[in-house]
Design a protein around this ligand. Structure first.
Ligand SMILES: Cc1ncc(COP(=O)(O)O)c(C=O)c1O
Length: 286
């Protein structure tokens, strides 16, 4: 949990979290009209910063906005908010800003609202998670990291109500991603994840898993797969910036594989952790 007196960035100022205020006319508040990013920080350095800032640009372009800040300005804000070498994450949000009146159409000439906060990363579950499959009820532009997350919220809560940590979403019989993660299956030592499309968020962790798979000689492909393939998969993984790669050990009440994190996950986990550690080590030397 972030401390109440921790400094956050809001529209050019650094203020204690509890004193940060925005207008009730902010279109983020009224319409969910904005986008966000979540960037892990290891060894005091933002992880895959360039990739996160490029995805931010794409999300902004998708909602007819441009970044209000340059890469250097973002980086300066992040440096000011990051404290110490422990693992933490940056949350940044850009909304279209406050207009004089509530109107769906986009008003000209309003200033975006920019918010950045740095918080400790919550402990990552060990031993694997339970997941449930749910119908993907979200809109058709899931490639945009929009703050409009009501369907994701309801889907995740449905999973929690059913005793699971995450929902795996299915659209017309095809697996898309998790409520807040990307999804992978492993069958006969081959990894598969759905290709990038408007149905999924292009996860930075997803890309890294594919990159590490290639570098370390794992068989991996981007292909669509149907809900039924989850039932015969040897392993299922979910990936996200703050939860890394989570093995699913139970799906819809049935055991996945042997009901414990599988050998391919253990291998990928080792590779992923050593990649992270190399970044921490190089940050120490810098
Ligand atoms: C819907 C959705 N898909 C995928 C991801 C994973 O993306 P990343 O690895 O960039 O955190 C997230 C992260 O929050 C998400 O919300």
């Amino acid at each position: 949990m972030a401390q109440a007196d921790a400094l956050v960035y809001l529209n050019g100022n650094y203020v204690p979290l509890t004193e940060a205020r925005i207008s009730v006319l902010d279109r983020g508040f009224l319409f969910g009209d904005g986008v966000y990013e979540v960037i892990p920080v290891y060894g005091g350095k933002p992880f895959r910063l360039g990739e996160h800032l490029r995805r931010l640009d794409h999300s902004l372009a998708g909602i007819r906005m441009v970044s209000p800040l340059s890469d250097q300005e973002w980086t300066d804000i992040f440096s000011r908010l990051i404290e110490g070498p422990h693992d933490q994450y940056l949350y940044l949000q850009v909304t279209r800003g406050a207009a004089p009146a509530r109107d769906h159409a986009i008003p000209a000439g309003i200033e975006p609202t920019v918010f950045v906060q740095c918080s400790p990363i919550a402990p990552i579950p060990v031993g694997g998670i339970r997941a449930v499959t749910l119908e993907d009820i979200r809109w058709h532009w899931c490639h945009i990291k929009a703050i409009t997350l009501l369907s994701n919220v309801l889907l995740r809560q449905e999973a929690v109500d059913r005793g699971a940590a995450e929902a795996i979403l299915v659209r017309d019989g095809w697996v898309t991603e998790g409520a807040a993660s990307n999804v992978f299956i492993v069958k006969d030592e081959a990894i598969a994840t759905p290709p990038k499309s408007k149905d999924i968020l292009p996860g930075i962790t997803r890309d890294l898993v594919l990159e590490l798979a290639e570098k370390h000689g794992f068989a991996a492909e981007e292909r669509n797969f149907r809900r039924e393939e989850l039932d015969t998969a040897d392993e299922i993984w979910m990936s996200s910036s703050t939860r890394e790669i989570l093995p699913v050990v139970e799906l819809d009440g049935a055991i996945v594989g042997r009901g414990e994190p599988g050998p391919m996950w253990r291998h990928m986990q080792a590779v992923y952790q050593s990649y992270k550690q190399s970044l921490r080590d190089s940050a120490k030397l810098a």
